[in-house]
Design a binder for this molecule. Structure first.
Ligand code: CA
Length: 532
């Protein structure tokens, strides 16, 4: 009998000891980044244009950040910031033409060294191959919508299907069969969508047909009250959106209307997407866009009527593409639920920057004006974040890497420039920042948005446009939330202007940016342009 009792008690004692000594399980991380997804096109952010029930569910179950910003509003640089926690001037990618230095310290490498398994699926856009990832399957460059090619460590493969569905398949494949279940993981699930030229999936070709969306009040902005940068930017729906390449109208009609169509380098992008449809998809596509073309021919809109028509067409495609992101985010969340991964996984939904949905007459991004400077940011982590919260602190994409490291219980290296957002989960924000720094470099280039840097506080924004001009702009966001009136030379703002200049200098010193560094980067750019 004594022996029998021992058999029962010893294993129980061992079990209780192992429970007491077992450290808390590290959370998994799923970092979802879409490309050019404007907060104005997310239900949880009050969209008047569309519904996004799955992304909204993340917000209902977690925290929505209403003042989340990027540091350089363009694709590749935002990705480099996300994995380094550093501004563009220190992470090797200041514009879409730079190649990422993969030998530097990155978030996935630090996680790997601390027992995490890491994977990146989808858009990468950093030119050099991913480093610090156990698994990766990424789009070459911008990638294609239909039957896209993917780069893998084993070489390039062409996949059959729609890009947003495929990236989700690969993300689920990683969770389901590739990962080591004894380790926590970080999955970077990066969508190409809804990047230009907005080609929807077959299921969403007609999702917004006959559903006119409201026009923004500044669709016909005359740029009065701002400087040369806003006037000279080439991203107006009226003049720079390609009827053929963007709005998918037959090229021989477009040539009458749009100078972009004469730019032979641009045209193939449109033709390539159409050419990549399967015969069955082509039939479906023609059945939807054929009547649109015929209607356009019959009406032959011009002037403001044409701009309105292009805006509606733009929205129909853009929002249709977002439908796929939303349903696929739902698919991934369902997988987490079904597999017991939902509770201890920090899910982050964001975009690489914001986007203009007709505000100021524009599409595209790049500017430090609100629509492109801001980005959607939602975090869900049932173990640490109470459901249904919102936050209005000034957070920025430099904070992503330090936040993920803090969630994993890892101290961030001192040279990372962002801050952990973990204290904000509990609403504590006494020690938070009071201003944000921004610097954009890609000029001269597509869309011709001039180089600029600036500072944004709770209420004001100061911007300096440089290189081929020397102009300052100051906006009072409380009185002028649409940023229509530059008050830099208004005597009523003399003191505020001086304070903002001081703050800008402080931030440049804090983040190690300087005129000398800017000059050096300019020189490097000019040398590169000459080489070409
Ligand atoms: Ca982008």
């Amino acid at each position: 009998m004594k022996v029998k009792i021992l058999f029962i008690f010893i294993p129980m004692a061992l079990l209780s000891m192992s429970c007491a000594e077992k450290p808390a399980q590290k959370p998994n991380i799923i970092f979802i980044m879409s490309d050019d997804h404007a907060y104005q096109a997310i239900g949880a952010y009050g969209s008047v244009r569309n519904q996004t029930p799955n992304i909204d569910r993340l917000a209902e179950q977690g925290m929505r950040y209403d003042r989340a910003f990027v540091s350089n509003s363009i694709c590749a640089p935002s990705r480099a910031v996300a994995i380094t926690g550093k501004f563009s001037h220190l992470n090797s990618v200041k514009d879409n033409r730079d190649a990422f230095d993969g030998s530097q310290q990155t978030l996935p490498k630090i996680l790997q060294a601390n027992g995490y398994q890491t994977a990146v699926m989808g858009k990468w856009h950093l030119k050099t191959e991913p480093t610090g990832f156990d698994y990766w399957k990424v789009l070459p460059g911008q990638g294609d919508y239909y039957q896209p090619k993917f780069k893998t460590p084993q070489g390039v493969v062409t996949e059959q299907g729609y890009v947003t569905d495929l990236i989700t398949d690969f993300a689920i494949d990683f969770l389901d069969s590739l990962r080591d279940t004894s380790k926590p993981f970080m999955l970077m699930y990066h969508h190409k969508a809804p990047h230009r030229e907005w080609w929807p999936s077959m299921e969403n070709l007609e999702a917004y047909k006959d559903k006119p969306v409201p026009e923004p009040p500044t669709l016909f902005d005359d740029y009065e009250g701002r400087g040369a940068a806003a006037r000279d930017a080439e991203m107006r729906i009226a003049e720079h959106m390609g009827l053929s390449s963007d709005n998918k109208i037959h090229p021989d009609i477009v040539n009458k209307h749009n100078y972009h169509e004469f730019m032979t380098w641009y045209q193939p992008v449109h033709l390539k997407q159409y050419a990549s449809l399967t015969p069955e998809e082509k039939k479906k596509w023609d059945a939807v866009y054929g009547p649109i073309n015929a209607d356009f021919d019959a009406k032959n809109p011009t002037g403001d009527t044409l701009t309105r028509w292009k805006y509606q067409r733009y929205m129909q495609d853009y929002l249709g593409v977002i439908n796929s992101i939303d349903s696929n985010v739902g698919r991934l969340m369902d997988y987490l639920e079904k597999n017991g991964l939902a509770e201890n996984t920090l899910v982050i939904y964001t975009s690489d920057q914001g986007f203009y949905l007709g505000e100021h007459g524009w599409f595209d991004k790049r500017f430090m004006y609100e629509e492109s400077f801001r980005t959607p940011l939602i975090m869900r982590w049932p173990e640490k974040i109470k459901p249904g919260q919102t936050n209005t602190d000034l957070v920025q994409n430099i904070d992503f890497a330090p936040t993920i490291l803090a969630a994993a219980g890892i101290e961030a290296p001192e040279d990372m420039q962002g801050k952990s957002m973990l204290p904000l989960f509990k609403g504590k924000n006494d020690d938070w920042r009071d201003a944000l720094y921004y610097h954009y470099y890609e000029f001269p280039s597509i869309h011709m948005v001039k180089r600029h840097f600036g500072v944004r506080t709770d209420r004001y924004k100061l911007i300096h446009f440089y290189y081929d001009i020397d102009e300052w702009e100051l906006y009072d966001l409380e009185k002028d939330p649409q940023e229509l009136k530059n008050v830099y030379n208004d005597p009523a703002y003399t003191e505020i202007k001086a304070d903002l200049h001081k703050k800008l200098q402080e931030l440049r010193a804090q983040y190690k940016d300087s005129d000398e560094l800017t000059q050096k980067m300019l020189k490097d750019d000019l040398a590169r342009m000459k080489k070409k």
